[in-house]
Design a binder for this molecule. Structure first.
Ligand SMILES: Nc1ncnc2c1ncn2[C@@H]1O[C@H](COP(=O)(O)OP(=O)(O)OP(=O)(O)O)[C@@H](O)[C@H]1O
Ligand SMILES: [Mg+2]
Length: 290
């Protein structure tokens, strides 16, 4: 049961005091491993019989496409972008997340108000202002903060998508060097996340650990946020597609489990992917939302 509490005055016309679902947030900086964990958690929860909604930034019908176009075209100022992201969240809350919570779903959200606050604050918005903007948002049942440091983050980003214009703060930082901007921006962002972690009492998870270790820590913590009666299956050590189970068994018998696990992790997108190589041009930024 989610106790309905808002950060501020809440959504107008909202009357319920409780909702049967659970609102679970995964927070953390760009490239830390949120999507990887959401994929694993969704699979585990669904295997255990829970209905799961996974959602994330720019996935609203109302504002998702507009936000992506605004990012491609660099057409909006920082404050307007902040409000556009708030619109995206408000629409998803009203039309996706709250209906799912009402129907008893576990809602897993890849980022929530905190990333949006952190991004706004490092771009110069006042913390009071951006926090008051999110007065309409529902307080989640749990916030897991995937914490990483810059030396661990850089290779993780380099071996996956490569540096991104927005994730390097190139929309507001001076200078044309994407690596320098990434270092500066992410240093400020990580410091802001740490402040928010204290202020909002995030449950911090050491994201420098392996995928499987982070996953098992999250499983243990999420169990506590779920109904006691819920039967939870033991998730596989690695995420494999159903068709792979026979091959996994065969590899096990032949004593090639480790080798198979590495290959399956790679194939399922959990391993390091090859970098796109070239950093995108400063003007032609990568509009992928993350
Ligand atoms: N614990 C981990 N250890 C090492 N590599 C990891 C770990 N978790 C994820 N990765 C790898 O890091 C890269 C980024 O992971 P992922 O896409 O899940 O991050 P993200 O936080 O969703 O990123 P984005 O901010 O771009 O959406 C991927 O190549 C993934 O395989
Ligand atoms: Mg992601």
């Amino acid at each position: 049961m989610t106790k309905v509490q808002f950060f501020g005055s809440g959504l107008s016309g909202f009357r319920e005091k409780t909702l049967p679902g659970r609102l679970i947030v995964l927070e953390g900086t760009d490239g830390v491993g949120r999507s990887t964990q959401i994929g694993l958690l969704k699979n585990w929860l669904e295997s255990s019989g829970f209905a799961v909604l996974d959602t994330g930034l720019t996935r609203s019908l109302l504002a998702g496409r507009g936000l992506k176009k605004a990012k491609e075209g660099h057409t909006l100022g920082a404050k307007t972008m902040d409000l556009f992201y708030a619109t995206d969240l408000a629409d998803r809350l009203e039309n996706q997340m709250i209906p799912a919570l009402r129907a008893g779903f576990v809602v897993l959200t890849d980022r929530y108000v905190y990333s949006l606050m952190a991004r706004a604050i490092v771009r110069g918005a006042s913390a009071d202002w951006i926090q008051s903007v999110y007065g309409f948002a529902l307080k989640p049942d749990a916030v897991f903060y995937l914490k990483i440091d810059l030396p661990n983050l850089i290779p993780r980003v380099l071996t996956s998508t490569g540096f991104d214009y927005w994730e390097s703060g190139m929309d507001f930082l001076p200078g044309d060097d994407m690596y320098d901007c990434f270092v500066q921006y992410q240093t400020r962002l990580l410091a802001t996340f740490d402040q928010l972690a204290r202020q909002y009492a995030f449950d911090t998870v050491d994201a420098t650990q392996t995928v499987n270790k982070v996953f098992s820590v999250l499983q243990r913590k999420i169990r506590k946020a779920l109904p006691k009666s819920a039967p939870l299956v033991d998730a596989p050590r690695i995420f494999v597609t159903p068709l792979d189970h026979a091959a996994a068994e065969e590899a096990d018998i032949e004593g090639r489990r480790e080798e198979f696990a590495a290959a399956a992790t790679q194939a399922s997108g959990l391993g390091a992917k090859s970098t796109k190589g070239k950093a995108p041009d400063r003007q032609a930024n990568n509009a992928r939302e993350a």
